[in-house]
Design a protein around this ligand. Structure first.
Ligand SMILES: [Fe+2]
Length: 271
């Protein structure tokens, strides 16, 4: 499925701009497996708590389940994001191995694969501007992001800043109110925003130093996506060090309970 691309073109674009967008290269049957897996997880919960009511589909079910209470929401958030198996399928694709090679990874070392979803009207939970490099092991490392549904400017498509990988590792301004790090606008202002529409089957890759963020979901449905990442096993500069210097690129403080993964209600604030 990479036939439509030339390695040299991808590599030179990626090196210059810090990202590349492949169109229609991820098998749709894998994406269907991801969506089915999410549906099964939510349906099993639905049948416990909304017994006798027809399962309304994942977009409505997740909102109703999340509104049960914040403790329960945290569990379901963790499950749907991190406990699904289908995201690993993408990381095992031959095309992905090939892409890693194309951008300079002779020995890709898998880091993680997980779903990322973004509910309508929950912009408090957007991830702010950041680089991924701070949670990686190797200087040369890659993030891959793929939409499981159509992902547009309307429903929270990922935004990144072209050429911002040239900033190297940025010590972030954070932590923000959710405990996450963020990058000053004075830095992002130097670069051009890339905020594209994606179809299922498309695959965005970017340098883990490329600044990116999630954007508001102004649609009625959830924006479902998957991310996965690779380090470069041959990039051994930091392996013998007690403290990996890349980690200065990410700040995460003790979770600010009321803002992690769920909507704050007046009742929550009162607790
Ligand atoms: Fe990220």
């Amino acid at each position: 499925m990479l036939d439509q691309y030339e390695q040299a073109d991808v590599k030179s674009f990626y090196d210059e701009y810090g990202y590349f967008i492949f169109k229609n290269i991820v098998p749709l049957k894998l994406i269907e497996q991801s969506l089915v897996e999410i549906d099964l997880a939510l349906k099993s919960q639905w049948e416990i708590y909304f017994l006798g009511t027809k399962y309304p589909g994942k977009d409505i079910a997740i909102i109703k389940l999340f509104s049960r209470n914040r403790h329960y929401r945290r569990v379901v958030y963790e499950w749907v994001n991190k406990r699904m198996l289908a995201p690993y399928n993408y990381a095992m694709l031959d095309e992905v191995k090939q892409i890693c090679k194309w951008v300079g990874f002779e020995s890709p070392m898998f880091q993680m694969a997980a779903n990322r979803f973004h509910l309508p009207e929950e912009n408090d939970f957007k991830t702010g501007t950041h680089q991924d490099i701070g949670i990686m092991t190797t200087d040369i490392s890659l993030t891959l992001w793929l939409p499981l549904v159509e992902s547009t400017r309307m429903n929270g498509s990922v935004k990144l800043w072209s050429k911002s990988h040239n900033e190297d590792v940025i010590v972030p301004e954070g932590p923000d109110y959710r405990g996450h790090s963020w990058i000053a606008q004075s830095i992002t202002d130097k670069y051009q925003e890339i905020w594209e529409d994606y179809e299922p089957g498309d695959l965005l890759i970017f340098n883990t130093k490329t600044i990116h963020t999630s954007t508001p979901n102004n649609s009625d449905n959830c924006r479902w996506a998957t991310i996965f990442r690779f380090d470069n096993a041959e990039d051994n500069k930091f392996f013998d060090m007690e403290e990996n210097p890349l980690h200065k690129g990410y700040v995460m403080v003790e979770d600010k309970k009321e803002n992690s993964g769920f909507k704050v209600t007046e009742t929550d604030k009162a607790e």
